[in-house]
Write a protein that binds this ligand. Structure first.
Ligand code: ADP
Ligand code: MG
Length: 500
C-alpha cells in the first residue's frame, strides 16, 4: 500500500505539508480566444499574430465559442458546477510580452465553479488510498507572448505567436499533503483533459504548466503562510518544488524565522527555488470588467450538448474494464491511464473478438496481456513504437486468433509478430511459410510419446510408483522429439492419458 502520510521531521517535531495547484492548460482550438489567428505550435516567430493579438488600437475581441465549449466540457468532466453567467475582466499590468497592457481573464465570475478530482496515490494498487481533491474554480484567460533574452548579448526579442491563445486556469483547493499526491493529481488531471480533448496535456511544449502553492504546519494547526512557485512544467518538477519548498520553510521556521508570502521561481539546473517578488511589491492589477466584451450567458441546450459530447472518462472506464471485462485492477489502470492507450486497446479488442467469433469479454484478458506486456516487449526489442505502420489491429488480431486456436505457441506468436513488424507480411502466411506453427495432431504426438515411454521404461515405473516430478521430464522429451512444435496442452493431455 502506498504511504499516504508525508511528514518532515524537524527538531521541534513533525511538520505537515499543504499543497494547492493552479494549473494553466492551453485549450485545444485551432484559433485563439479572441481572434482567428492560428495556435499551431512551433511556427516562425510572429507569423500567427492578428491585429487583435498585437493590440492595435480600435481592434475588438470576439470570443471563440469553441474555447468556451471546451472549458464547459472540462468542468462537466470534473463534476463541477457550470456557471451559466460568467464575465471577462481586465487584469492590468505592463510587460513587453503583453502589448494590450492587460490580460483578459475571469476573476469575479469564472465560467466553472466547485468540482472534484478523484486521485488514487497508486492507481495500479487496488489497496491504494483514494482521495478527493477539491477544484475551486476554472476560468478562461488569454496567454501572453514569449520573450527571448539570450539570442544576442545586447538584444531581447518578443514572439507574439502565443499572445491571445486560450488558457483554462484550473485552481485546486489546498487539499494535497505530499509530493506523491500532487504528482498523482497532475497526472489524473492531464489524463482527464486528454480524454475530454480540451487540452493536449503536453507539458514539454508548455500546453500545461502549474503554479505550485506550498505551506507547512504542525498537524492540526491552521494553514501556514504559502509561497507560490510559478510555471513548473513537469510532474517531476512539481514534486521537486514541493520537497524543496517544504524543507526550506521548515528550516526557516525552526530557526525562528517567518515565511513571507511570495512568488518564487524554480531553477531545474540548480534544483532550487528563488524569490521572484514578495507580497509587498505584488501588483495591483486594477481588475475591472472588460467593456469590449458582453458577459457569457450559456443556455441549457448548450450545456446539455457539451455534456452529451463527453466520452467515457478514465474512472468509469477503469471500473468497467474490471467489472465488465474481468481485467485485473493493475491492467485496467494501465490501459485506461491514457486515452490513446485505451482507444488502441478497444480497437484491438473489437477486432480480436470479431476474428475469433467470440464476445469481447471472452478475449479481453488475452488482448490485455498481449497489449501490455508481449507486444510492447517485441516493439522495444525492435526499437519501434506502437504507431509503427505494420502494427495494425488486423495483424495483431490474426496472431491472437492463432494462439487462441492452438496452432501457434506463445513463443511462436512473438516470432511471428517480430517478422510482421519488420516486413509487413501477413501473420498467417508467416506462420505457414516460416514453419512457425505448433501441431495439435494427436496421431503424430502419440507416436513420439510411445517411443519415449518405451525407451524410458524405468522412469515410467518410477513415475507410476509416485515420483510425480518425472512428468516434466516426459513433457520435455516429447517437445524435443517434436522439435518444439507440439501444442504443450495436447502433449500434457496425451501424456496424462498414457501414463495414467
Ligand atoms: P490567490 O488568489 O492569491 O492566488 P487563492 O486563495 O486563490 O490565492 O489560492 C491560490 C492557490 O493557492 C490555490 O490553489 C489554493 O489551493 C492554494 N493555497 C491557498 N492557501 C494555501 C496554503 N496555506 N497552503 C498551500 N496552498 C494554499
Ligand atoms: Mg494565484
Amino acid at each position: 500500500m502506498t504511504e499516504s502520510t508525508y511528514r518532515i521531521q524537524g527538531a521541534t517535531g513533525d511538520w505537515e505539508v499543504v499543497i494547492g495547484l493552479e494549473v494553466h492548460a492551453q485549450i485545444t482550438s485551432s484559433a485563439k480566444l479572441f481572434s482567428g489567428a492560428s495556435t499551431e505550435f512551433g511556427a516562425e516567430p510572429n507569423t500567427q499574430v492578428s491585429l487583435v493579438d498585437a493590440a492595435m488600437p480600435g481592434m475588438l475581441p470576439v470570443p471563440n465559442q469553441e474555447c468556451v465549449r471546451q472549458a464547459v466540457r472540462t468542468g462537466l468532466a470534473l463534476n463541477a458546477e457550470i456557471h451559466k453567467y460568467s464575465r471577462f475582466d481586465r487584469k492590468n499590468y505592463f510587460y513587453a510580452d503583453l502589448p494590450q497592457g492587460y490580460q483578459i481573464s475571469q476573476l469575479y465570475h469564472p465560467i466553472v465553479g466547485e468540482g472534484v478530482i478523484e486521485v488514487a496515490l497508486d492507481e495500479k494498487d487496488p489497496d491504494s488510498e483514494v482521495r478527493q481533491i477539491g477544484v475551486e474554480r476554472i476560468h478562461i484567460e488569454q496567454d501572453a507572448g514569449k520573450l527571448m533574452h539570450d539570442q544576442h548579448p545586447t538584444m531581447s526579442y518578443v514572439d507574439l505567436n502565443r499572445s491571445g491563445v486560450a488558457l483554462m486556469e484550473i485552481v485546486s483547493r489546498p487539499d494535497m499533503r505530499s509530493p506523491v499526491e500532487a504528482g498523482a493529481y497532475v497526472k489524473k488531471l492531464r489524463s482527464i483533459l486528454r480524454y475530454v480533448g480540451s487540452c493536449d496535456g503536453n507539458m514539454e511544449q508548455g500546453s500545461m504548466r502549474a503554479d505550485v502553492n506550498v505551506s507547512v504546519r504542525k498537524p492540526g494547526d491552521e494553514l501556514g503562510i504559502r509561497t507560490e512557485t510559478k510555471n513548473v512544467n513537469s510532474v517531476r518538477f512539481v514534486q521537486q518544488v514541493i520537497e524543496i519548498e517544504a524543507n526550506r520553510q521548515v528550516d526557516v521556521l525552526e530557526a525562528g524565522g517567518e515565511i513571507v508570502q511570495e512568488t518564487r521561481l524554480y531553477d531545474p539546473d540548480r534544483n532550487e527555488t528563488r524569490s521572484m517578488r514578495s507580497k509587498e511589491d505584488a501588483h495591483d492589477y486594477r481588475y475591472f470588467p472588460d467593456p469590449d466584451l458582453l458577459p457569457l450567458e450559456l443556455t441549457d441546450d448548450f450545456i446539455a450538448d457539451c455534456k452529451s459530447s463527453l466520452p467515457e472518462l478514465p474512472d468509469a472506464k477503469r471500473k468497467r474494464y474490471e467489472t465488465e471485462l474481468g481485467l485485473t485492477t493493475y491492467n485496467a489502470a494501465v490501459l485506461t491511464a491514457e486515452a490513446e492507450t485505451a482507444r488502441a486497446f478497444e480497437v484491438l479488442l473489437k477486432e480480436t473478438a470479431g476474428k475469433q467469433g467470440k464476445a469481447e469479454t471472452d478475449v479481453a484478458t488475452q488482448v490485455a496481456n498481449w497489449s501490455l506486456s508481449i507486444a510492447p516487449g517485441v516493439q522495444k526489442a525492435l526499437e519501434v513504437t506502437a504507431d509503427h505502420e505494420h502494427n495494425t489491429p488486423a495483424a495483431n488480431a490474426a496472431i491472437l486468433a492463432m494462439v487462441a486456436g492452438g496452432s501457434v505457441s506463445g513463443g511462436q506468436a512473438k516470432e511471428i509478430y517480430e517478422i510482421a513488424l519488420k516486413t509487413g507480411r501477413d501473420p498467417e502466411e508467416i506462420a505457414d511459410t516460416d514453419g512457425l506453427k505448433q501441431t495439435s495432431d494427436t496421431g503424430a504426438i502419440e507416436e513420439e510419446i510411445e517411443k519415449i515411454l518405451e525407451a524410458n521404461a524405468d522412469k515410467v515405473e518410477e513415475y507410476r510408483g509416485g515420483k510425480d516430478k518425472l512428468f516434466g521430464f516426459f513433457v520435455g522429451q516429447t517437445m524435443k522429439a517434436m522439435k518444439g512444435k507440439a501444442n504443450p496442452q495436447v502433449v500434457n493431455e496425451l501424456l496424462k492419458k498414457k501414463l495414467g
